[in-house]
Write a protein that binds this ligand. Structure first.
Ligand code: TYM
Length: 329
C-alpha cells in the first residue's frame, strides 16, 4: 500500500479546478491507499490573511472536503498548523535549499509579478514547506493539478539531497499524480489561464444555480468559426475543456460537431454547460449547507485526524533528528 498526501490552501471556496485537479483524486484514492489530506493554512499566510478570515476559510475547506466525500474514518484529515513538526522539517530542509533554485520556481516568479509589494521569504521558500508537508509522512504519491508539478520536482530534489548529504536511503521521491491520466488544468471562464480562487474566473462547488448560470453566460467567446474543422482559439477551447469535465459524451460530441461545421451557437452551448455544471455542483452544495450546521462533528473530525497525523509526523521528526546528529544530553 502506498502513502498518498495532498493539501489545499484555505483561501476561499473550492472551485471546479480544485475538484478535478485534486479533490476528485483524494476521494478515489482514500479507498486504496494510506492517505493524508490536509488544509494548508501555513501556506495561506503568504498573503497575510486577517485572523477572522483564516479560521472561516479553514472551516470551509474542511466542510468542502467532507462534502466531496472524504471519509475521516478511512483517510487522515488534518490541519497543517496542528502539526508543528512540519515547521521543524521545513526549517531543516531550508538549510539545503538554494536561493537560485527557489528564485527560479515558476510560482515564485508569478508572485513577483502579482504581489510585488509583498515578496516575503514565505513565498520564496513555499516549495520547501510543501516538501516538508509531503515528506513528513514519507508520501510517494501526491494528487495535484498541473500547476503543482514543478513543486513536486523540487520535493524530489530536496529528498534526494537529504539522502545524499546524510548517506541514507530515508526519504522517498514522491510523484505528482492524477488517477490514471495526465495532470489536469481546468481553465477559467475569462478566456485565458487557469481557474483560480482569486482570479474571479471560477465556479465554486457551493455556487447556487443562478450564480452558475450568470457566470457561464458571461464567459468569454468570439464571433464563431468561419472555416470547417478550424482550430479552437483559447477561450473556446476552455469552454470545451470545462464541458469535458462535467457533461455527457454525446453532449460534447454534439457541440464539437456543431463547431466543426461552423454551426455552433455559443448561447446554446453555454446554456447546456451551465445546466450540466448545476447538476454536477448541486449535490455538493446540499451537503456543504448541511455540514455548516454540524460544529460538533467537525470538531471530532479534526481531533481524530490530528491525532493520527501527529503520530506519523513525530516518528519522522524523531528519525530525522537522529540522522542529522541531534543527540540528547
Ligand atoms: P491550491 O490551494 O492552489 O490548489 C489546491 C489543488 O487544486 C489544484 N488546482 C487546479 N487543478 C486543475 N486546474 C485548476 N485550475 C486548478 N486550480 C487549483 C492544485 O493543483 C492543487 O492540487 N501548494 C498547494 C497546496 C499544498 C500542497 C502541499 C499540495 C501545500 N502543501 C503538499 C500537495 C502537497 C496549493 O497551493 O494548492
Amino acid at each position: 500500500m502506498e502513502t498518498v498526501l495532498s493539501g489545499i490552501r484555505p483561501t476561499g471556496n473550492l472551485h471546479l479546478g480544485n475538484y478535478f485537479g485534486a479533490l476528485r483524486n483524494f476521494v478515489k484514492m482514500q479507498h486504496e491507499h494510506n492517505c493524508y489530506f490536509f488544509i494548508a493554512d501555513y501556506h495561506s499566510l503568504t498573503t497575510n490573511p486577517a485572523p477572522v478570515d483564516l479560521h472561516g476559510n479553514v472551516r470551509q475547506v474542511l466542510i468542502e472536503y467532507l462534502a466531496a466525500g472524504l471519509d475521516p474514518n478511512i483517510c487522515t484529515l488534518y490541519i497543517q498548523s496542528n502539526l508543528p513538526e512540519v515547521a521543524e522539517l521545513y526549517l531543516l530542509f531550508n538549510m539545503n535549499a538554494y536561493l537560485g533554485e527557489l528564485e527560479r520556481t515558476t510560482s515564485f516568479k508569478e508572485k513577483l509579478r502579482s504581489q510585488p509589494d509583498n515578496v516575503n521569504a514565505g513565498l520564496l521558500t513555499y516549495p520547501v514547506l510543501m516538501a516538508a508537508d509531503i515528506l513528513i509522512h514519507k508520501a510517494n504519491k501526491v494528487p495535484v493539478g498541473k500547476d503543482q508539478e514543478p513543486h513536486l520536482e523540487m520535493t524530489r530534489n530536496f529528498a534526494k539531497r537529504f539522502n545524499r548529504i546524510y548517506k541514507v536511503n530515508y526519504f522517498p521521491e514522491p510523484v505528482a499524480y492524477n488517477f490514471g491520466d495526465d495532470l489536469i488544468k481546468i481553465p477559467g471562464l475569462d478566456g485565458t489561464g487557469k481557474m483560480g480562487k482569486s482570479e474571479g474566473n471560477g465556479i465554486f462547488l457551493v455556487d447556487d444555480p443562478e450564480t452558475i448560470r450568470k457566470k457561464v453566460m458571461h464567459a468569454v467567446t468570439d464571433s464563431g468559426p468561419t472555416i470547417m474543422n478550424q482550430e479552437k482559439p483559447e477561450p473556446i477551447k476552455n469552454l470545451f475543456t470545462i464541458m469535458q469535465a462535467v457533461s455527457k459524451p454525446d453532449t460534447i460530441a454534439y457541440f464539437e460537431e456543431k463547431y466543426n461545421k461552423c454551426e455552433i451557437r455559443y448561447g446554446e452551448m453555454k446554456k447546456q454547460l451551465a445546466e450540466d455544471i448545476i447538476s454536477f455542483c448541486s449535490p455538493f452544495r446540499g451537503k456543504i449547507l448541511e455540514l455548516q450546521k454540524q460544529d460538533k462533528y467537525l470538531h471530532e473530525v479534526v481531533g481524530t485526524g490530528t491525532e493520527k497525523a501527529k503520530a506519523s509526523a513525530l516518528k519522522t521528526i524523531k528519525e530525522v533528528r537522529e540522522i542529522i546528529g541531534f543527540k540528547r544530553f
